[in-house]
Every structure is written in C-alpha cells, then in structure tokens.
Design a protein around this ligand. Structure first.
Ligand code: SF4
Length: 512
C-alpha cells in the first residue's frame, strides 16, 4: 500500500498550546525522535520506490522545537523525498529562515504556516504566552520577507481555519446550541469582511515588498487583467481571483482545494480542518468556554474499511501508526526499529487491518458521531429528542412537509434529561409489511465515570397499522441530569425498488 503522505514526528513538544490540537490531552511521553530511526524509515520508503511520497515532519508537535530539525530536512533531501513542513512559524527566526531559504528549494520543501486563528481574539485560543497576535503576525511577514530576500522558490501556504468548519465537515456533529468557544466571527458577514480586510492588508504588504524590489509584480502579471490569478506558475493547481475569492474558498472540499495567491509563491485557503479527535477530554477542553453542555461521542460499530490506513507515520519513539489521527499510538503496528514497512508480512498485516478498522478504539472514535447537548433545565411539558445516533436512514420529507426517518434494525437516540420524565413518546407509523410484528424498545442510563450504559427498561411493542400515526408511550423514569440511550429494535423489510433496509417511520421522539 503506497502512502500519499507519511508522518515523521521529530518531536511532540510544542511552543503553542492550541485548543484545537490534542497535545494538551496527550498521555504519551514527550520526546525527540532519534535520527537513526528517521533514517531507517526514510530508507525503507526509498527502497520501496515511493519517491513521490510527501514527508510531513509532525504528527503532533512543532518541528522547530527539535533543535536538529535541519538534520532531518537534510536526511529527506539525501533520500530525495520532499517535505511538507507544517509549522506554526513562531520559531522561524531570521537565522533559521536564512538557512531554510538558502539551503533548500521548492523541490525539497513546501512550508505550511498554520495561521489557523486569523484574528486577535481567536489567536487567544492558541495559548501562546511568548507572542502577542501582532508579534506573531509580524513574524509570519518576516518569514515571507526572508523568502524574497534569499530569492527562494519555496512555496508558503497560510491556511485559515474557522471553527465553523470544524463542525461543518459533515453532519457527524450534532449540536443542540450555538457554541461560544467555536465562534470565530459574529456572523458570515463579519467573516467575509474580515477576509477582504486580510486580502487588502496582504496587498498593501505586497506593494511594500515590490517597492523594496523583492519581486516585480508587473512582470508576473503581464498580459492579464487580474494579476492574482497566476497561481499555476507556482505549482498550485487550483486558484481563484479576488472578486469571488471568499465564495470559492469557503466552498473548498478536502479533495479539491482552491488557493488564493497572496503574492508570488504565497498562498492562502480556508482549511477544512475538522475535529482532530472525538475523544471527550479533547472536546471538553476545546469547548471549555461553553457552560451547560454535555458531550458524548458515539463509537462506530460493525465492520468498516479505511482508505487512510497506509498514510503511515512514526511517532517520536518509533511507534508505527496507520495515520496521523492515531497520535497516542494506540493502534501501533510495531516499532520501526524492528519492522520493515515494505515487507510482504507488514503489508499483509496492514491490508488486513484496513479491511476492518473498527476493532480499534481509536478507529471506532474516528469519524464517529459527536453529540453536544444542552443541559439547561426546563419547565416544559416535554423534551424533544434530537440526538439521532447509529442506524437511521436519512431524513425524508412528506408532501405536507412533515419530516421523518426510517429505523434500521436497532436504531439509537440519546437524551440528556433536562428534568425528571415519566415516559418516552414515539410519534411513528407502521408500514403494512410489518403489521402484527413485534418490536422492542430499551432505555439505558449512562455512567460517565465507567463510560458504560446500564439497562433501565425493556418494553415490547406490538406493531399495528390500525394504530398508525399515533404516539406510543413507554413509561420509564428518566432522572434529571442523566444521559440515556434509547434503542428502537424493529424487524426490517426491503421496500421494493428501494434497496434500503427499513423498519418504522419515526416522526419524532419525546420525553414526557
Ligand atoms: S479509521 Fe483508523 S486508520 Fe482510518 S483514519 Fe481513522 S484512525 Fe486512521
């Protein structure tokens, strides 16, 4: 399995403490990778003929925290492997910048400065006590200046991540309330305004650099009305002009990234970063400014393949991990010191693992559903249950606009009880195929400390079309302040031309 990218964590120490990074909840020991181990890994990539694989010098950690970072860059160059250097940029002081831009070319490295938090307020979430936002921004500009000063052709990417993106990558985050921790901008309009201010600021900066003869804008822009559109000259395949840059860039998806060229060899884009992990301790820290919420990550179950297995990495102690998300090394495919990742034996092991990744806790949580539930108590007469978990078909809308979803065998929903409730009400419809069949409902209470559910109620349900579209009530005490899983177990049928497995049509579930 040839990887697209490989990860070599040359250290897991970091000078920042960003809320979106799991480094602060890391259980693994902090350390620095032995250069001999890196050599072993790179020589294996070379031996396999994987010359076009990109090498990222991090899983967690800031590469420039490792004082020997240039030894690793030299090593990659020696093996002819190109480095994608992801860094926060704060440690690229003038002497380091000089060394980078004088010694290497665009064939050796590409730099991504993770300018994720683009405003003074959002920068606070990086918990960097050494630099103010202004100093940090100035530092990034100094790196850009150094690139031109040393006439380097190395490309620099400045991605912006808005936290909105972290929750909008897919519909796997179900959130009952607006979160303050994740709000970078008041609304879409402020975000757009900020973006164009940022482009204008960079234009002014570019003009300043032109005056200092850093680059000749006109020459690059010849024969064009829109000088910003020449990204392809610099190796970035998709690019956009200024006029509709905001619309284009905010539509970026991970498989097709469109960049905006700020100036020659300097690009920006909105990075769809996603949640790094869905582990509750990480999420709780990320969301720590938000009160009155309860966070639950529903593990995936069953069997599932993964395409990302094979984007192999090594952690700072040499542990081989299947992808960068296994930052704790929980999956561990061995240690590079005594493993040849190109051997038939290892490749077979990897393929077998890729066939069903859900045997591992890390993979069960990866891309799993996260529920962020509102816990403020209520005087209402009923509480709608909105946290739909495993085994539901997607929402459908009837002609009259009424929404429903089909169950699939055992379908789970979750509730954080906002007051004591006496029953669960199920607004549902029975398809004639299931007339007379039996279903049952279970209600389990969650124990946060043990991370387990305990059965509180099991109730049989006789399915009957005559009683269609009515509310079925199951009596059960739900305690205020407790979290519950409700599972609706139904027989299923296959609906003619509809190839899906279908059970009940559920219009709504309520605690009463
Ligand atoms: S399923 Fe496992 S191997 Fe695949 S991306 Fe997620 S953590 Fe990595």
């Amino acid at each position: 399995m040839k990887p697209d990218v490989t990860f070599i964590e040359i250290t897991n120490h970091c000078n920042f403490d960003c809320s979106f990074c799991p480094n602060h909840v890391l259980k693994r020991q902090k350390g620095f990778l032995d250069i001999a181990i890196a050599r072993k890994f790179l020589s294996q990539l070379k031996k396999a003929g994987w010359d076009d694989v990109l090498v990222d010098l991090a899983v967690l950690g800031e590469p420039f925290m490792n004082k020997s970072v240039f030894d690793y860059l030299d090593l990659c160059k020696e093996y002819g492997l190109r480095v994608y250097l992801v860094t926060n940029g704060a440690l690229i002081k003038p002497q380091i910048a000089k060394k980078i831009f004088k010694k290497y070319s665009k064939d050796d490295i590409e730099i991504e400065i993770s300018f994720q938090t683009p405003t003074e307020t959002t920068y606070q979430r990086r918990y960097n006590k050494q630099h103010t936002f202004f100093e940090y921004w100035q530092q990034i500009k100094d790196v850009i200046c150094a690139k031109y000063k040393y006439k380097s052709d190395i490309r620099i990417i400045l991605p912006i991540t808005t936290y909105d993106f972290m929750l909008s990558v897919d519909d796997s985050v179900v959130c009952e309330k607006e979160l303050d921790s994740l709000k970078l901008f008041e609304n879409e309009e402020t975000q757009k305004r900020w973006f164009y201010d940022y482009l204008n600021e960079m234009e002014t900066f570019a003009q300043e650099l032109i005056r200092k003869n850093c680059f000749k804008w006109r020459k690059i822009a010849k024969n064009t009305e829109e000088p910003w559109q020449h990204a392809e000259e610099f190796g970035v395949c998709m690019h956009t002009g200024k006029q509709n840059a905001y619309e284009v860039l905010t539509q970026n998806s991970s498989d097709k990234i469109i960049y905006y060229r700020l100036m020659p060899g300097i690009f920006t884009y909105f990075k769809k970063f996603g949640l790094w992990t869905r582990k509750v301790d990480y999420l709780e820290r990320l969301l720590k400014e938000d009160k009155d919420i309860f966070v639950y990550t529903e593990p995936r179950h069953g069997e599932e393949k993964c395409d990302l297995v094979g984007n192999i990495g090594i952690l700072s102690d040499g542990t081989i991990v299947p992808c960068c998300l296994d930052y704790e090394g929980e999956v561990s495919l061995g240690n590079i010191e005594d493993t040849d990742i190109t051997s038939e034996q290892f490749q077979e092991k990897l393929e077998k693992f890729a066939e069903n990744v859900l045997i591992c806790e890390t993979c069960r949580q990866c891309r799993s559903k996260v529920f962020i539930l509102d816990t403020v108590s209520t005087d209402d007469e009923r509480q709608e249950i909105t946290a739909y978990g495993n085994n539901w078909n997607s929402v459908e809308v009837e002609e009259d606009g009424k929404k429903f979803r089909w169950t699939k065998e055992s379908s789970d929903v979750y509730i954080y009880a906002k007051r004591d409730w006496k029953s669960i009400d199920l607004d549902m419809k029975v398809h004639p195929f299931l007339n007379g069949a039996m279903a049952f409902l279970t209600i389990e209470q969650y124990d946060i400390v043990a991370n387990t559910f305990t059965m509180r109620k099991k109730q049989d349900l006789k399915l009957n079309v005559i009683n269609n579209n009515r509310v079925t009530s199951v009596s059960c005490m739900l305690e205020k302040g407790s979290f519950y899983k409700i599972c609706i177990n139904t027989p299923i049928f296959e609906g003619g031309s509809d190839l899906r497995k279908l059970g009940l049509m559920v219009y709504g579930i309520y605690a009463h």
